[in-house]
Write a protein that binds this ligand. Structure first.
Ligand SMILES: C[S@@+](CC[C@H](N)C(=O)[O-])C[C@H]1O[C@@H](n2cnc3c(N)ncnc32)[C@H](O)[C@@H]1O
Length: 231
């Protein structure tokens, strides 16, 4: 175990013992929940903005205000997952209009140069990308909601049936969290899906990349991360 996560109110210390069986079940079944209309609109709007096959794509899943998406757009040179062969689009997606302030928008998304912010339901959005055979260069999951109760296991990204679509999108995955068990579970989920060797580690980001990272660093939380190349 890489940490005791006293900052998260959960009875869980390490990887949930049900995770491997859960993923084994997902792997032999199809996830059929219909895609929300607003997410389909957001995806179509995105496809009207740019030919996704002609860009390197960085996806910031659960981008909140989009501050991290903008931050990442300034760091192309430092990102080993991004080459210089094609233009890059930095796509931030969040379900929360309040966080994105999308009430000021007249479209499902907002574009500022190579940064695009979309309001969409991620578990649907990932499936739409995978159905369209989109490939990502780098996929960020910065401080996802931890859903720390055992009854909430399937709400964590890696234990949700839509995570299979995330793996189809490929690229480099970067997860950051303030809950050690979440990072360990994320790595264990990759292994259960046939992507071995992911490791959860303590991280010390400097400078902070997102508002939640900033908040946790300022209050002295230990932080954890997983970086993994899906190829
Ligand atoms: C804890 S916040 C982290 C925000 C940002 N990544 C940061 O580090 O500052 C988690 C974000 O994920 C978004 N989110 C949670 N579930 C989502 C879903 N199913 N689809 C889209 N966004 C979701 C929330 O609206 C929220 O903005």
């Amino acid at each position: 175990m890489i940490g005791n996560s006293r900052r998260i109110d959960s009875s869980q210390l390490g990887v949930d013992h049900r995770l491997t069986d859960l993923i084994a079940r997902y792997r032999v079944s199809e996830y059929l929940k219909p895609v929300a209309e607003h997410t389909r609109d957001a995806f179509e709007w995105l496809c009207d903005q740019a030919d996704l096959s002609q860009h390197q794509l960085l996806l910031d899943s659960g981008c909140g205000t989009g501050a991290s998406t903008r931050h990442l757009s300034g760091g192309v040179a430092a990102d080993p997952a991004l080459g210089d062969q094609a233009p890059t689009l930095f796509i931030g997606v969040d379900q929360s209009a309040a966080r994105l302030r999308s009430e000021q928008w007249d479209a499902p998304g907002q574009r500022d140069g190579d940064v695009i912010l979309l309001r969409a339901e991620l578990t649907d959005f990932w499936r739409l990308l995978a159905e369209a055979s989109v490939r990502l260069a780098h996929h960020y999951f910065l401080y996802p909601n931890p859903w720390p109760k055992p009854s909430q296991l399937q709400r964590r990204w890696h234990a949700h049936p839509a995570f299979a679509a995330v793996l189809e999108l490929g690229g480099r995955l970067t997860l950051r969290t303030n809950w050690a068990a979440y990072a360990e579970e994320f790595a264990a989920a990759l292994d259960a899906y046939g992507h071995p060797g992911a490791k959860a580690t303590r991280i010390s980001p400097d400078p902070p990349m997102s508002p939640f990272e900033n908040k946790y660093l300022a209050s002295g939380h230990p932080l954890y991360g997983v970086c993994y190349d899906l190829g």
